[in-house]
Design a binder for this molecule. Sequence first.
Ligand SMILES: Cc1cc2nc3c(=O)[nH]c(=O)nc-3n(C[C@H](O)[C@H](O)[C@H](O)COP(=O)(O)OP(=O)(O)OC[C@H]3O[C@@H](n4cnc5c(N)ncnc54)[C@H](O)[C@@H]3O)c2cc1C
Length: 313
Amino acid sequence: MSQIYDVCVIGLGIAGLTACLYLLRQNVSIIAIGREIGGQLMRIPLIENYPGTGPVKGSEIIDKILKELMKYGFRFVIDEVAKVSREGEIFKIETRQGRSYYARAVVCASGRSPIKLGVEGEDKYLGRGVSYCVICDAPLYRGKKVLYISGPEPHLEMSITALASICNKVYWIPTIRSESIGKILEKYKEKIELLENAKLIKIEGDLKVRKAVIEKDGEIIELEIDGVFIELGYRIDTSYISHLVKINERGEIVIDEKCRTSMEGIFAAGDVTSLPYKQAVIAAGQGATAALSALDYLSRKYGVHVRKVDWKI
Ligand SMILES: Cc1cc2nc3c(=O)[nH]c(=O)nc-3n(C[C@H](O)[C@H](O)[C@H](O)COP(=O)(O)OP(=O)(O)OC[C@H]3O[C@@H](n4cnc5c(N)ncnc54)[C@H](O)[C@@H]3O)c2cc1C
């Protein structure tokens, strides 16, 4: 068995990063693994209800937390956790890229992820023409042609308005019929081409996206495009740990008020948990709670020395 870390933090959105801050301040060893840095906040152009910042871009909040973390020598791994298992009292964490890590405690902060279509080319061109966030990435497509695939998106009108005002041409495949479609089309009829009953089959390109292959009414059509926006909503994926902890009917990890799960040594924080109100400040607060509970666990079970300056249990 290689190095055993005190805590493994899974997911580096605001919940996971806050947990890392609390853990590193106590000088325990951590391994922090995330698919990306920042999570959902990176896709939010303006947050008006995060205390102490005033209206701010989500990415600015993350930048500030990272600066804090760097003071404590924060290091992280960009990868996806595929499975957590138990080997005696220790947790083994296996990743998609084939790495294994070991830790005494785990903090799950894997939040929510955009729903993928699962078509050929989607993963390959992620960040090179494929985007899951219109508001974040539409400005990169000024004067270009794009394909927009919408789902039950609460911001449908905002997204299509942004695309129609920035891009030259918008092909639009709605996956769900919505009352507002007719109204939006009327407003932007010069720019938008509605492709009802159509299905994206493949995304093609070279270094960037160049083409979308779609099927409509039994016919295969090739669209010359520069980008594909897919907004089908978000989902919680706990398959990496659902065999170890209790999951509720919404697929969330069930936690108590101390962010403890049904398994000793596993804690959870943020949007992935059963607690209500999916908000940035709440996710950050739970990240702190999960970290403090993990520290308490390490100190009781393994005698790990922690300075009880930040809290009193
Ligand atoms: C459009 C939109 C607008 C919003 N507006 C606001 C607002 O105005 N105010 C507000 O307070 N909140 C807002 N929110 C909610 C807020 O963004 C979230 O509550 C908060 O960001 C959740 O943080 P988190 O760390 O729990 O999860 P996330 O931000 O989802 O981070 C989790 C991270 O874990 C990664 N991950 C998932 N599975 C794995 C795995 N197996 N291995 C490794 N990494 C993994 C994910 O890719 C992600 O990077 C908004 C959300 C959206 C989508």
